[in-house]
Design a binder for this molecule. Structure first.
Ligand SMILES: Nc1ncnc2c1ncn2[C@@H]1O[C@H](COP(=O)(O)OP(=O)(O)OP(=O)(O)O)[C@@H](O)[C@H]1O
Length: 288
């Protein structure tokens, strides 16, 4: 879907310090996320990605106490003016570790998916429809009768993802949700996220796999040591000369385009798969 000009998240001069710490975990964050955007947060370990994700969904400062400055607005309303449960209907969080997301009170995947709906007073007939629809989206229809604790890592992450998405939030925050998965499990999750974004869901995602983020992201927020280093299109972020110093790896596709530009095969270091394939064909034809 096209990115609209409407801001669905506004972070205004926001800082947060955990209790008994002197230095804020994140300082003076200032950015907006547009409706329909695929917005990524990139930063080394400890840069503040999870702290920022928790702040977007209201867990900070409502659940993780500490000192805040500034504001976070979701759909125009300050996160502190709503409960985390109310916010979860607008903005959902998928954790890095799905085991931190499970309720541990259910014996089947279907019950686990429906768990959050019960807390929001959704009638049983609607629950069944929503469970069926979300199981289809998460590709876990064949697992509905299974005990969640007997599933593979990739399957359990899709159940955790489904239990967040079943509330129909229009914004999803995904905090390194593929980091603990094998390549196939990770690919399955990325495919679902991309599909939801194509259908209009706004995505805010952190991940260590910069290759894939660079291909999907409309814009990237670069974090270092709790500070906002820049917000820009992937082309601009991955052309920065300070990435190595910030412990961020340049995605292979960008390394390739930068090298091809240096030797004159490409005119610009912007990653564009079609142009690269066309140029490779030209070079191949030149050798024949
Ligand atoms: N509960 C806490 N109490 C005190 N300090 C914390 C707490 N959680 C995180 N921090 C600190 O806040 C800073 C940001 O941590 P955060 O987990 O947000 O970074 P991150 O970019 O998500 O890191 P990672 O990629 O390792 O998950 C770090 O210095 C971290 O040590």
């Amino acid at each position: 879907m096209k990115v609209s000009s409407k801001d669905v998240i506004s972070v205004n001069n926001f800082s947060f310090s955990y209790p008994q710490t002197k230095k804020p975990a994140i300082s003076s964050m200032n950015f907006t996320v547009k409706e329909g955007e695929f917005f990524c947060i990139v930063g080394a370990n400890g840069a503040g990605k999870s702290t920022l994700c928790d702040s977007l969904v209201g867990l900070i400062p409502q659940y993780f106490l500490g000192t805040t400055k500034g504001q976070v607005l979701v759909n125009g309303q300050e996160t502190t003016k709503q409960t985390v449960a109310e916010l979860s209907l607008e903005i959902g969080l998928v954790f890095q570790n799905p085991f931190n997301q499970l309720s541990y009170t259910t014996s089947t995947v279907a019950e686990e998916l429906a768990y959050g709906l019960g807390n929001h007073g959704i009638p049983r007939s609607e629950m069944l429809d929503r469970v069926a629809a979300v199981a289809k989206k998460m590709r876990i229809e064949s697992l509905l009768d299974r005990d969640p604790l007997t599933l593979s890592g990739g399957q359990i992450q899709r159940v955790a993802f489904g239990s967040t998405y079943i509330l129909n939030p229009s914004i999803l925050v995904l905090d390194e949700c593929t980091t603990q998965l094998d390549p196939i499990g990770s690919e399955e999750i990325f495919t679902i996220i991309k599909q939801l974004n194509d259908e209009g869901v706004t995505v805010v995602m952190t991940d260590t796999e910069t290759e894939r983020l660079s291909m999907y992201a409309d814009r990237i927020l670069l974090l270092d040591n709790g500070l906002q280093m820049g917000v820009d299109k992937p082309q601009a972020i991955f052309a920065r000369e300070d990435l190595e110093k910030l412990n961020i790896s340049t995605p292979l596709n960008y390394q390739l385009t930068q090298e091809l530009t240096k030797i004159g095969i490409l005119d610009s270091p912007e990653f564009n798969q079609d142009i690269i394939l066309e140029k490779i064909k030209e070079v191949e034809n030149g050798y024949r």
